[in-house]
Write a protein that binds this ligand. Structure first.
Ligand code: CO
Length: 209
């Protein structure tokens, strides 16, 4: 109980601090949200989306899951993307991984982790596609970090392949998909130079006419 009380106290202090700078902040925000960005990131407690990009409530729409995976049968993630794109009309979807990701690490070992192994199976597939490149590295951390980057690139492609994103592009909606990675060691974001803004940039196989 002591710990939970601390959380409520922190919350009060936080709300008061914001109201001091802008007394209307919460009443304005309660009427609508108008974020320009959708962030899809890892659930890891060390990667809090809005904090690491210095954004306030209302500025970024967020979906997080273990190892920032976008699966075509995941109604939760797809619903977030659909709402963000169709209703909120976000201009940017950022898929952000992080180095040293526990989910990525777990997908590289051959241990049993329980139910989550079914989720991590998606990452094992990415490892399989790039096995030669990853196995060529000797250092275990480097292997994990390369797979962290490759996972971002793959998930960015998965976002672009959704009917949601392709329909938005078809209707002329301005929408860019970006792939970034965050370092928990120094707090710095790195752009993996993945930036897709139209269907011509995605694979022919997944392109919807
Ligand atoms: Co992670």
């Amino acid at each position: 109980m002591k710990v939970l009380n601390k959380i409520f106290d922190n919350n009060k202090k936080w709300a008061e601090k914001i109201k001091k700078t802008d007394p209307e902040f919460f009443s304005k925000l309660s009427k609508q949200q108008n974020p320009e960005y959708l962030w899809i990131g890892c659930s890891d407690s060390r990667v809090p989306a809005s904090e690491i990009v210095g954004m306030m409530p209302g500025e970024i729409f967020v979906h997080r899951n273990i190892a920032n995976v976008v699966v075509h049968t995941d109604l939760n993630c797809l619903s977030v993307i659909q709402y963000a794109v169709d209703v909120l009309k976000v201009k940017h979807i950022i898929i952000c991984g992080h180095y040293g990701c526990g989910g990525i690490k777990a997908s590289l070992d051959n241990q049993e982790h329980g139910l989550i192994d079914n989720w991590l199976r998606n990452i094992k597939d990415i490892y399989r596609y790039h096995q030669g490149k990853i196995d060529a590295l000797e250092d275990e951390n480097e292997k994990v970090n390369l797979l962290c980057e490759l996972n971002v690139i793959e998930q960015a492609a998965n976002i672009c392949h959704t009917t949601i994103v392709q329909s938005a592009w078809k209707s002329g909606q301005e929408l860019a998909v970006h792939g970034w990675i965050y370092s928990i060691e120094d707090g710095i974001l790195k752009d993996l130079n993945v930036r897709v803004t139209n269907k011509d940039d995605i694979s022919q196989t997944h392109r919807i006419k």
